[in-house]
Design a protein around this ligand. Structure first.
Ligand SMILES: *Cc1c(COP(=O)(O)O)cnc(C)c1O
Length: 391
């Protein structure tokens, strides 16, 4: 008879199989256990038919991947430990030294930083293109250009590009098209069915934002349709060791059923608050793709009816940046912070000089708002008192 501690660790009890409940089970493992050496040698980690190692997937992560693929209208999905990791994974999977990628000028800041630092050091060059000038894209494409990134809308300047126009140019030049679909969240438009026979190749999503909805987890996804493209992403994912935690996957699985309700509620609230801010004298311009006059509004209207609960304002140039900071500091319900799509409304001032080479359409100081789930009247009152506080 073995010792009690050994019996405890090798406990013979197996709970009966067949437990069914509404939430998917949470499986945790570094490794799985094989019944014998032949099974260990035979297992193919690339297929979802079985399990080989925690990094290569568990029932919990496979379940989340399948649901995100459904949300995005794709076939294959790979999870990464943050949106930024997912974005980096796409670049590392698809680019080699000597290749070039194209980024919109207003791209998510850390994406530009990745291109300028690590990718550049590895011999992968990048060019910036004006997201609002699809006609100029062709001129930015060189013989080594492989990958085009699109962000619709840009998450700070809220400019909405002509997604179909950009995809059409990229197709004609044989580029792979990757979309940062965090803003659209799989709800505002269908990245794999843009209409007119067009689609992106890769949809990357910061699940940190809407799919989580709780401001409590970081995760990203890379969704594809083409199996060969998926395999390239999957191989890079395995080689880089980009696993996600089971508890984090569970948090997102739990939040996914309310995704659409939250998206629409935050959309409604954001539009109401954006329209109200447009009438305030200190505000020069409200940047919200669903508002007529906002940059790229016509492109948004041609592709979407919904919008994320995210928008920016440009303060009048007469309001100096220190007063804009004082406005943000005076907010009480709106908290100061970067992320978005959580329950708490957030505000953050941005320096546009690193974000847009041509600032002529975006004068003044920019503040971005993420609208949470608070009552709209309370949020408006908070903005009103903060505007009054800076005179
Ligand atoms: C937040 C965000 C990311 C990165 O997501 P993290 O999970 O925070 O790394 C990428 N793109 C956009 C547009 C984002 O808003």
């Amino acid at each position: 008879m073995s010792r009690r501690i050994t019996r405890l660790i090798h406990h013979p009890y197996r709970a009966p199989a067949g437990f069914e409940a509404v939430p998917p089970a949470v499986h945790k493992a570094s490794t799985v256990i094989f019944p014998n050496v032949a099974a260990l040698r035979a297992r193919d980690w690339r297929s979802k038919a079985g399990y080989t190692y925690g990094l290569h997937g568990t029932p919990t992560t496979f379940t989340l991947e399948e649901r995100i693929a459904t949300l995005e209208g794709g076939r294959h999905c790979v999870l990464a430990p943050s949106g930024l990791a997912a974005l980096a994974l796409v670049n590392l999977a698809l680019l080699r030294a000597g290749d070039e990628l194209l980024l919109p000028d207003n791209v998510y800041g850390p994406s530009k930083d990745l291109a300028r630092s690590l990718l550049d050091g590895w011999g992968i060059a990048h060019r910036l293109y004006d997201p609002l000038d699809a006609g100029a894209l062709a001129a930015a494409i060189g013989p080594r250009t492989r990958l085009l990134w699109i962000e619709a809308a840009g998450s700070v300047t809220m400019e909405f590009p002509d997604v179909r126009g950009l995809v059409r140019v990229a197709r004609a030049q044989g580029l792979t098209v990757a979309l940062d679909n965090t803003w659209g969240a799989g709800l505002a438009f269908d990245p794999f069915d843009l209409g007119e026979g067009l689609r992106v190749d890769v949809s990357m999503h910061a699940l940190t934002k809407y799919p989580s909805g709780g401001a409590d987890v970081l995760m990203g996804s890379v969704t594809t349709v083409d199996p060969a493209l998926h395999e390239r992403v999957l191989l890079a994912h395995m080689r880089l060791g980009l696993g996600v935690g089971a508890n984090d996957a569970e948090t997102i699985l739990r939040a996914l059923p309310t995704l659409e309700l939250r998206y629409d509620a935050q959309d409604r609230a954001a539009r109401e608050i954006a329209a109200w801010l447009q009438r305030q004298s200190a505000i020069r311009r409200v940047l919200h793709p669903a508002l007529p006059g906002s940059p790229g509004h016509e492109h948004w209207a041609g592709l979407c009816t919904r919008a994320a609960g995210l928008f920016s304002v440009l303060f009048d140039e007469g309001v100096e940046p220190a007063r804009v900071d004082a406005f943000v500091d005076a907010l009480k319900l709106f908290r100061i912070g970067y992320s978005w799509a959580g329950p708490v409304s957030l505000a953050v001032p941005y320096d546009l000089s690193s974000m847009r080479r041509d600032r002529s359409a975006l004068p003044g100081t920019l503040v971005r708002f993420s609208i949470g789930l608070e009552a709209v009247e309370d949020l408006k009152a908070d903005l009103a008192q903060a505007l009054a506080a800076i005179g």
